[in-house]
Design a protein around this ligand. Structure first.
Ligand code: NIG
Ligand code: FE
Length: 425
């Protein structure tokens, strides 16, 4: 199929974009691309490709920016129940970490997830995935972490593998048994840490070996390094054990307190360090000297009605590889659309729309180490693309709270996702 006449084709070439190099879109005006089966075969101008492939079936992209599908590199999209009451409590003045300490927050979602069957978890999550896809996300990272006990964590892994298999969104799966201190270990965080290191990680390792299809790589192992969750030493203990077992690493760091988690991630060669609101200059320097992607989650301070966001300008000055994600979760940031963090990043972190788009595509792909297959429109890559309902890429970021995606192409298959206006009989 030949997709042609795109006023702007955003190729985003050349791999992840570090520091001040962020924002190179590689725009082809009146662009075209040839896709066959699941892959991108050729990219160029419309006159050139139309002449070369006169008999190819076509898709007219007139009036539409064509760009790579969004990669959402940080989500907790699988959970049971919701936290609407907690949202009200926070508006009345309660703090997120105090609610967690009192057995609410993440722990209340843990209760609702432990009691949900596999089928119920799948049924609650599918509509979220549908909204993600309809708003342009073609690949997403997805974490466990609402089980905090082996049986439920494995049920979550099983559910995520099933959802990945159903498609169309591809999932990069993360084991987050270290999301909070399990209620059974409420007064013994070190005990739960040992349980993760000695029991859960080896079990997950063996379970994955026998249950995951070959095309799925090893899951990431992630830790919530934070006051009231896992301290720096416990985070190190968990991540070092995970690395020894061959798991790639991620970390939640500097969401509320600076414990040094970002430097730990850089030291251990983690794929990413995420949140990064109260990150120190020293941590920023460590990230800049590493291949660890800084994944900013601007929907989280927005969702918590906080004023502080990731110090993105400092990070770009230092030479950090910056990505953005939704953090889709029931507590702090329930949004499925990558278009919203793009809009927030432009305002609260002063990214240009071009920088935010790169942070949401190739750099996001690098945060889940899939930059070899997705995140840009280059020959040989998977045909995961978007046709927007607008002709100028800057409409992304400029506009918010609405969906600018008209068609999603996933592995070469075309899905119409724009809302029509239909009269029923
Ligand atoms: O990334 N901070 C820890 N984890 C999530 C929130 C999860 C929840 O509140 O349920 C986050 O923001
Ligand atoms: Fe998170």
């Amino acid at each position: 199929m030949l997709i042609h006449s795109a006023p702007q084709l955003l190729t985003i070439p050349g791999g992840p974009q570090r520091g001040r190099d962020l924002g190179e879109l590689g725009i082809i005006e009146n662009g075209a691309l040839l896709i066959r089966e699941e892959k991108i075969i050729e990219v160029g101008s419309t006159p050139e490709l139309r002449e070369k492939y006169p008999d190819e079936p076509t898709l007219d992209a007139s009036g539409s920016v064509v760009m790579p599908g969004f990669i959402d590199p940080h989500t907790h999209l699988l959970w049971g129940g919701d936290r609407a009451r907690e949202f009200e409590m926070r508006l009345e003045g309660a703090h997120y970490l105090d609610i967690l300490k009192a057995g609410g927050g993440i722990i209340s979602t843990v209760r609702d997830t432990r009691t949900a069957s596999l089928e119920s978890l799948l049924a609650q999550t599918r509509p979220r995935l549908m909204r993600m896809f309809a708003t342009g996300t073609t690949t997403a990272e997805a974490k466990t972490g609402y089980g905090l006990q082996t049986a439920t964590e494995l049920r979550m892994l099983k559910a995520l593998l099933a959802l990945d298999n159903e498609g169309p969104i591809e999932l990069a799966i993360t084991f987050l048994g270290a999301h909070a201190i399990a209620p059974e270990y409420k007064d013994n965080p070190q005990g739960y840490t040992e349980h993760i290191v000695n029991e859960m990680l080896p079990i997950v390792h063996d379970w994955w070996d026998t249950h995951a299809p070959r095309r799925q790589r090893m899951p990431f192992v992630d830790v919530f390094c934070e006051t009231g969750a896992f301290d720096l030493a416990q985070s190190r203990q968990i991540l070092e054990k995970a690395a020894a077992l061959g798991f790639p690493l991620k970390i939640h760091a500097d969401e509320f307190d600076n414990l040094g988690g970002a430097s730990l991630a850089a030291e251990l060669g983690a794929a990413s360090a995420d949140h990064l609101v109260v990150t120190s200059d020293e941590d920023i320097a460590a990230l800049a000297n590493s291949e660890t992607v800084a994944v900013s989650l601007p929907c989280t301070p927005f969702g918590l009605a906080h004023c502080d966001y990731t110090p993105a300008q400092k990070m770009l000055d230092a030479g950090v590889i910056l990505a953005i994600a939704t953090d889709c979760n029931p507590g702090t940031a329930w949004t499925e659309s990558m278009q919203f963090p793009i809009a927030l990043a432009c305002r609260a972190m002063k990214l240009t729309p071009a920088q935010a788009i790169v942070a949401a595509t190739i750099n996001a792909a690098y945060a889940i180490r899939r930059e070899d297959r997705v995140g840009s429109i280059e020959v040989g890559k998977q045909a995961d693309l978007l046709l927007l309902s607008v002709a100028d890429y800057r409409q992304l970021g400029y506009r918010f709270g609405t969906n600018l995606v008209k068609k999603v192409i996933k592995r070469g298959r075309v899905y119409s996702v724009d809302v029509g206006y239909y009269q029923t009989a």
